[in-house]
Design a protein around this ligand. Structure first.
Ligand SMILES: Nc1ncnc2c1ncn2[C@@H]1O[C@H](COP(=O)(O)OP(=O)(O)OP(=O)(O)O)[C@@H](O)[C@H]1O
Length: 461
């Protein structure tokens, strides 16, 4: 049992403890102490330990360190703490030989999750909320019960619990949903949380059915596959109803790059639009690269360090490669088909950005996120290209002239990727950043673009 000391997990602990003899359960409590709230965190740990002593249950208090600095746009402190917690639970499961991890989520948590996802934009999968059982390991026995019922239960059995002071802070969107949005909904429909949780259960069934259908159709859409590549039949894919097209593409991406999270639906939609319009192009979705070719869609895993000519990443041949790679999201990794170089893009904190600004290197570019227009693209140079080189007092320069001045011959020029924001060149990779998009000391949101080239020649390319 994962017990934070809050009302939900204390109620869960009490209920499972009562059921243990009849259900033949062997219970152990795990509490994570991140120490993020100083004495309050230690107080939670002591509270859980004391409760376990009283109930004569084994208790593991584990100290976890969570990096307070942000590493990406979406990774808030709370999200990083949650990730660390789930990692720890998996370790403890192995250590103890446990069968399940019981979590104290309630219908109110479910309603908050669903509402949060609605606010950010979501499909059926997001509206289906958290499952009652995940990976046959994590179980949420209280998911259909409202927090009100939990509090009433605790009062009836005379159990106290801890209150997390950060739950009251409205800086977290989740807390605002909990304290501002849900109460309004509950004033209109008192059972709003349970209604949303029940709706999530129904939608989850629909989502599973569509997923199973898509998995079946995916098999019919695949033309060929090996460990790192899946080739889909474009026509067969586009003949499917739109809801299945997105799922087939998503499943194929996750099959070639299992480490990639669920690709965002807007990314899938633009890939499909591009496929439907025959416009070609290469898309990056997490650790997968999706190349829209004539009558096929090639999905390739982008390995973290591509071996030259070895297994793993198979760069597209220059002849078959469409010449524009679209970067729809951060973080991203793109294999540049013409050389096998890997270009990675991610958000970095202001502190890290300012440190990196002091250490210029030809293998990285620091861009100002607020000046960029998305999606970014990567392509080779074209006749007529120009840019505003940094350090040239706002003067515009033709790329052709830049290459001549830099003594870069024709074959080299054609291999060099350009990172573009909208129509503007932001970075001649390995060479020069454009002054319009370059990060400066006053930049607040940094995008770090880094290139690693397996075959190092002169400079980066
Ligand atoms: N520090 C922690 N140690 C162990 N388990 C935790 C911890 N934080 C959360 N959990 C588990 O994850 C579930 C959901 O987390 P959430 O952040 O919603 O809980 P909470 O608000 O801290 O407390 P509770 O849900 O117990 O009232 C908890 O019910 C509990 O089972």
């Amino acid at each position: 049992m994962a017990v934070s000391g809050g009302p939900d997990s204390v109620a869960l602990l009490s209920i499972l403890h009562q059921l243990a003899p009849a259900w033949n359960l062997l219970l152990t409590v795990v509490h994570c102490n991140y120490g993020l709230r100083g004495a309050e965190s230690d107080g939670d740990a002591s509270f859980v330990a004391a409760l376990c002593r009283r109930l004569e249950l084994p208790c593991h208090i584990r100290r976890l360190t969570v990096d307070r600095r942000g590493t990406g746009e979406s990774s808030s402190l709370q999200a990083r703490a949650r990730e660390a917690r789930y990692r720890l639970f998996r370790d403890v499961v192995v250590e103890l030989g446990a069968d399940r991890v019981a979590l104290g989520h309630t219908a109110d948590d479910q309603a908050e999750t669903v509402l949060l996802r609605m606010l950010r934009g979501t499909g059926l999968r997001g509206l289906a909320g958290m499952p009652h059982i995940r990976e046959s390991l994590f179980v949420r026995p209280l998911l259909s019960r409202s927090r009100q019922e939990i509090l009433a239960y605790l009062q009836a059995v005379g159990l106290s619990y801890r209150t997390d002071s950060s739950n009251a802070k409205s800086i977290y969107l989740r807390n605002r949903v909990r304290h501002e949005l849900l109460p309004v909904m509950q004033s209109l429909a008192p059972a709003a949380a349970r209604i949303l949780a029940r709706q999530a259960d129904l939608l989850r069934d629909d989502d599973r059915l569509l997923d199973a259908l898509a998995a079946h159709r995916l098999e019919r859409t695949i033309r060929s596959r090996d460990s790192a590549t899946i080739v889909l039949d474009r026509t067969v894919l586009l003949k499917q109803p739109p809801a299945l097209q997105r799922r087939i593409l998503r499943q194929a991406i996750q099959a070639v790059a299992p480490s990639t999270g669920v690709p965002r639906s807007d990314v899938l939609l633009s890939m499909l639009a591009s496929l439907a319009s025959h416009s070609g192009g290469i898309w990056n979705a997490g650790a997968a690269m999706v190349a829209c070719e004539q009558d096929q869609v090639r999905l390739t895993a982008v390995s973290p360090l591509p071996p030259i000519g070895g297994e793993g990443l198979q760069p597209l041949s220059a002849a078959s490669a469409p010449d524009v790679v679209t970067i729809a999201d951060l973080p991203s990794a793109v294999s540049w088909p013409l050389t096998g170089a890997v270009i990675r893009l991610r958000a970095v904190t202001r502190e890290r950005g300012l440190v990196l600004l002091e250490k210029p290197s030809s293998s990285l570019a620091l861009l100002d996120a607020d000046r960029l227009s998305w999606p970014l693209t990567i392509r080779p140079w074209r006749h007529g290209d120009w840019f505003f080189p940094t350090g040239m007092a706002g003067r515009r320069k033709k790329l052709q002239d830049y290459f001549t001045d830099a003594k870069l011959g024709r074959s080299m020029r054609e291999r060099i990727p350009l990172v573009l924001s909208g129509e503007g060149i932001a970075w001649i990779v390995g060479q020069r950043v454009d002054a319009r998009f370059a990060a400066t000391g006053s930049t607040t949101r940094f995008v770090l673009v880094r290139v690693t080239q397996p075959l190092r020649r002169k400079g980066v390319f």
